[in-house]
Design a binder for this molecule. Sequence first.
Ligand code: PAF
Length: 274
Amino acid sequence: MIITRNIEEFNQARGNLSNSIGFVPTMGALHEGHISLIKQAQEDNDIVIVSIFINPTQFLEGEDLETYPRREQGDIEICKRAGVDILFMPNISDMYSSDELKILAPLKAGYILEGESRAGHFDGMLQIVMKLLNLVNPTKAYFGKKDAQQLSLIKKMVKDYFIRVEIVACNIIRDNQGLALSSRNIYLNPSQKITALKLSNSLNVAVKSIWQGELEVDKIKDIMVNVLDGVTKIEYVEIVDYEFRAIDKIKINNTIILVACFVGDTRLIDNIWI
Ligand code: PAF
């Protein structure tokens, strides 16, 4: 595996590779979810590139930028073991200059749900993803469905800006109790981990109600809120179509059920695609 720590080193390694390239952008603290993206990228492509960059512009004032888990050595080992070809680990000064052009999230889809709770987060996320896609110039780039709105906005940016890449959506990976894997799960103590299972439980109960014939969005949301009783704070329980438009009734094969909650000080999200 070639490890590159700045743009020059990366460009040298990336060179004029004409093979198909699968790209997995990450913020590190890699877990089985990231490994599943890497595996998918390997299946689909000749070369796999992973980036690790904790992007400051997607963290809001008061969020966990300073404490976000940093595990450089462990991440390098994980990438080596997974058979990654090129690892890109730039510094902030490699990725940002002063007085930059800004990418703004779309005013409708970018400022609801996560975009409403974390106003500005998607601007920074899209900005770094645009930079990374331009730099890496991959054939396909891989993102998890856990960050469903992020995935949808990246697809929209790629379409709106005519970026030549295929965005591949990968399934959510869960632990054996159902908790969706996230780098932030390490903030949870054992009792909070049990409370955190209420997120996936609420989604499972919603799906069960749908298969039993309940299609009214408001009723399903009420059922979910009941299951979530005991979390520190519910930020939202929402049901939308695959374009993130509000719906009144569940549409099979075109519905995402989303939940965001605080458990203690840790903000968790989860979702399920129907
Ligand atoms: O999902 C993430 O880890 C980040 O938002 C991403 C896509 C790597 C951009 O910083």
